[in-house]
Ligand binder design. Structure first.
Ligand SMILES: [Ca+2]
Ligand SMILES: [Ca+2]
Ligand SMILES: [Ca+2]
Length: 424
């Protein structure tokens, strides 16, 4: 006699059998729907429920979307959201770009166990931190199909506080000695600082005798250092660190947030020619060792904007420091860990239309994998106002592309105005 194996029917099977017994009592279609509903086996057309959520900028990387009166994390439009379910169903959408629903999405085409993936194309964005309000860029959903949220993060946006510090370089007249307590060359203040109460809102983190006049600034987050580059400016002194009688126009200083400045590197020593040979000596400039005394500094006048360092900036991975050389108008790259010069330098294109003037590149900003460079045509050949123009280029390491052109032929303010009798 053949013995058959018997097995206890699982819960669903038992219920299905129960349904089959009753099926004759009602029209088969109606009863089947009741049965499927009872079993949790509703056909997909009945249970199709969109997957929805929000993609947002998790600025503070805490895995939740923070919105308050003083701190708002915005939605991110244009993010692609794809789904694939266990039966092979698929769907795709992009997050809303409308202001009122920014970052929201609702995705159809998938039922049951579903894989949801968020993808984007903007360079520099990464998955934010996982937390109660955000998950990874690939998420598996089933019963819960709402609030499938995703925080995205550009690390440069990160701040751990709502009122962060920022720093500003300050030019002090003449060549004040270290004994002059008011000669602040770098100060820090808070984002919410307002009004004219200079002293109470600001903290000095470098003295004029320590770093002199600086303009280019770059913050190195992993090393917690601010880099500040020397700046050739009339009536303001730089430091002669090597005591050779000439101020070090290629010097870059590093400063800790609490104020501990030190010479980081003198880029002239790396072989970069910032026009040092044209720089008048400390003795020639003859800047007084006081904050208030008058100075002529005539020898520097024709060299302003033409020698020394313009702006500096730092790559997103904090490996490269970019330096604008005002003398040869090239961008140099310094390898930060080794403080050595990389072999590549790039000549900034001229914004001038033909031989109407000289190119004066200056500004640098690294953003999402590209370096942005500002340059002005000074129109010193044609002397025509209409030839004055400013351009911003993007540079990807190989090619410069113009991203912004600003005519500078608008009417400027007065060069000099006597405020006492309102005469120009
Ligand atoms: Ca957050
Ligand atoms: Ca020197
Ligand atoms: Ca910069």
């Amino acid at each position: 006699m053949r013995q058959e194996k018997t097995a206890t029917p699982r819960r669903g099977q038992a219920k299905l059998a129960h349904c089959n017994e009753r099926i004759s009592l009602l029209s088969s279609k109606t009863w089947l729907l009741i049965c499927f509903a009872h079993l949790g086996l509703m056909p997909s057309v009945m249970v199709a429920q969109a997957i929805s959520g929000n993609v947002f900028r998790d600025f503070n990387a805490n895995g939740t979307k923070d919105n308050s009166a003083t701190y708002n994390e915005i939605g991110v439009g244009g993010i692609t959201v794809n789904c694939t379910d266990s039966a092979g169903g698929t769907g795709t959408t992009t997050t809303s770009t409308a202001t009122a629903t920014l970052g929201n999405y609702s995705l159809t085409g998938c039922t049951g166990a579903t894989r949801v993936e968020f993808t984007w194309t903007l360079a520099g964005d990464y998955s934010g931190a996982v937390g109660t309000g955000s998950n990874t860029s690939v998420q598996f959903v089933n019963a819960t199909r709402t609030s499938i949220n995703f925080g995205i993060n550009y690390p440069q946006h990160y701040t751990s506080e709502t009122n962060p510090e920022y720093v500003v370089s300050q030019f002090e007249a003449n060549r004040p000695p270290s004994s002059q307590p008011l000669a602040t060359a770098m100060l820090k203040t808070r984002y919410n600082a307002r009004g004219t109460a200079y002293g109470s809102n600001t903290t000095s983190i470098a003295h004029a005798a320590e770093i002199g006049a600086t303009w280019g600034l770059a913050y190195d987050r992993p090393r917690n250092l601010l880099y500040a580059s020397s700046f050739v400016k009339r009536h303001a002194s730089m430091v002669d660190n090597d005591s050779d009688g000439k101020e070090d126009i290629g010097a870059i200083y590093s400063i800790t947030p609490t104020g501990s400045p030190t010479l980081w590197a003198d880029l002239s020593d790396l072989g970069i020619d910032f026009g040092l040979s044209l720089m008048p000596s400390v003795a020639t400039r003859a800047l007084p060792n006081t904050l208030t005394g008058p100075s002529h500094d005539a020898s520097l006048f024709p060299l302003i904007g033409k020698i020394g360092i313009g702006d500096i900036d730092i790559s997103d991975n904090y490996a490269d420091l970019y330096v604008m050389n005002l003398y040869d108008q090239k961008i140099y790259t310094i390898d930060i860990p080794s403080k050595t010069l990389k072999t590549t330098s790039a000549v900034v294109p001229s914004p001038c239309s033909g031989a109407v003037g000289n190119s004066r590149p200056f500004g640098l900003k690294y953003h999402r994998g590209k370096l942005y460079v500002g340059a002005v045509c000074d129109a010193t050949v044609s002397n025509l106002t209409n030839d004055l123009v400013a351009k911003v280029y993007s540079y990807d390491g190989a090619t410069f592309n113009t991203v912004l052109t600003v005519p500078l032929n608008y009417t400027k303010g007065y060069v000099f105005k006597d405020i006492d009798d309102n005469r120009v």
